[in-house]
Design a protein. Structure first.
Length: 497
């Protein structure tokens, strides 16, 4: 191959980019800063790449339901009123989705599944924007658009490209945990009713003593886990590309209401700084032996939408929607989504997306935001549209001021790969799998990875081998590679460095 002259990456305005892998944060574990021009340019441009369907999570299904609080233990950790009494019920809307496929793609594809919940609480909407996996492929939001491009279509052929996917994953070893989940049986769930949901991100809870606890939400299906294998998923894709949509709609229509147990992991604020795993790393889970699950309630889906477009296609979820007694965390991916999600909704649905019936709070709300395209709710009538004012308009209430959060550190593009433990959790996950599940995982990986160039295969096998020698050897054998030679190449390269 002829040597090509390297080109320097720039912003859209031509400013040279010095680091395209790490967002600007306050210290290695600290929050993002607004001056990260590159992050916001990339995310804003990424959100506008497709019209009118969603860029990600385009193929989806939704239903209304009820959350019932079943334990008041959580009142020790949060003042959120939806948890204030056992038996208390809150109306909800849940949208399931595939992530990478277009709106017309099959919903049995190998792909993560979106699990986005809107709780219509008496204190405003709480949106829990999660997936059916507890981790994700990347740690830093600066790489999100790059990653999703690999899951879409090759710019030359307009075809899905295993080479693009595995090239990115092999050069981003932090993806290994999610890749292992994706190519296991969990990558092809049997519909939406038989899978779990996770917040994936770390959020926070604040109690009446103003103490903060970091948390992760879990939704455990009461229907039992049920997955397709690769062959049956492929078969169903040909028979019924809307299988998951049909299954969910018909189950609810027939009164077979699906349910999930709602649980939470809790970490005291002071433990986050010293815990041996970065608790804000989206590629890692919190071990349950350190932070066990606490039961909170039950979610039931019991009503189908009457109009898919109005209620499912126009549903808009955003992680910034939390209620008093809840908050965020320095999770870099979460921090970027706080900006990116509402930006995507304004682009896709318009400035007044929050006024659409499916998104509108079911409690009293008062805002000075007016006008904009497609305003259809009276626009506040003759009420005053500025603040402060002397005409009785809504005013602030200091009791709802966000809890102060101390931060320290140097604002820089801290290298998220200074934590190079990409392998222990994927390896542990592999070793937990039954022997037949391990074989299916390896079979699924080989079926996809064999379509990538050999150099990419070899690099990815090295990652599998570091997670577990049996894992790496199995994939290498399936690809017809000499695992000792491949691992030896890595050893030699490491020695040279």
């Amino acid at each position: 191959m002829a040597e090509q002259k390297s080109k320097t990456m720039t912003t859209d305005a031509g400013r040279p980019v010095g680091d395209n892998h790490n967002s600007l944060t306050v210290g290695p574990r600290g929050p993002l800063v607004f001056e990260d021009f590159l992050l916001f340019e990339k995310m804003a441009h990424f959100n506008r790449e497709r019209i009118p369907e969603r860029v990600v999570h385009a193929k989806g299904s939704g239903a209304y339901g009820t959350f019932t609080c079943t334990s008041t233990e959580i009142t020790e950790y949060t003042t959120a009123k939806l948890f204030s009494a056992s038996g208390k019920q809150t109306p909800t809307f849940l949208r399931f989705s595939t992530v990478g496929g277009e709106k017309g793609s099959a919903d049995t594809e190998r792909d993560p599944r979106g699990f986005a919940l809107k709780f219509y609480t008496e204190e405003g909407n709480w949106d829990m924007t999660g997936n059916n996996t507890p981790v994700f492929f990347i740690r830093d939001p600066l790489k999100f658009g790059d990653f999703i491009h690999t899951q879409k279509r090759d710019p030359e052929t307009n075809l899905k490209s295993p080479t693009m996917m595995w090239d990115f994953w092999s050069l981003s070893p932090e993806s290994l945990h999610q890749v292992t989940i994706l190519f296991s049986d969990r990558g092809t769930p049997d519909g939406y009713r038989h899978m779990d949901g996770f917040s994936s991100h770390t959020f926070s809870l604040i109690n009446d003593k103003n103490e903060m606890f970091y948390c992760k939400w879990h939704f455990k299906t009461r229907q039992g886990i049920k997955n397709f294998n690769a062959e049956s998923a492929e078969d169903m894709r040909g028979k019924d590309s809307d299988y998951a949509q049909r299954d969910l709609f018909n189950a609810i229509k027939e009164g077979n209401f699906p349910k999930w147990r709602v649980l939470v992991q809790l970490m005291p604020e002071k433990e986050a700084a010293t815990y041996h795993i970065n608790p804000f790393d989206l590629t890692k889970v919190w071990p349950h032996k350190d932070y066990p699950l606490h039961g909170v309630g039950e979610l039931e889906l019991n009503r189908n939408p009457e109009n898919y477009f109005a209620e499912v296609e126009q549903a808009a979820f955003e992680p910034r929607n939390v209620v008093p007694g809840m908050g965020f965390s320095p999770d870099k991916m979460l921090q970027a989504r706080l900006i990116s999600y509402p930006d995507a909704h304004r682009y896709r649905l318009g400035a007044n997306y929050d006024s659409l019936p499916v998104n509108k709070p079911q409690c009293p709300f008062h805002t000075y935001n007016k006008d904009g395209a497609m305003r259809f709710d009276g626009n506040g009538g003759k009420e005053v549209n500025y603040e402060p004012n002397s005409f009785g308009g809504p005013t602030q209430d200091q009791k709802y001021v966000e809890r102060p959060m101390p931060v320290s550190g140097t604002v820089a593009r801290h290298d998220h790969r200074n934590d190079a433990d990409y392998y222990s959790q994927p390896g542990n996950l592999f070793r937990l799998m039954p022997a037949d599940a391990k074989q299916r995982l390896i079979h699924n990986i080989v079926g996809s990875l064999r379509n990538a160039p050999r150099r990419i295969q070899e690099l990815q096998v090295q990652h599998f081998y570091k997670a577990d020698p049996v894992y790496g050897s199995g994939v290498a054998k399936g690809l017809g590679l000499d695992v000792e030679a491949v691992v030896g190449q890595q050893t030699a390269a490491s020695a040279a460095e």
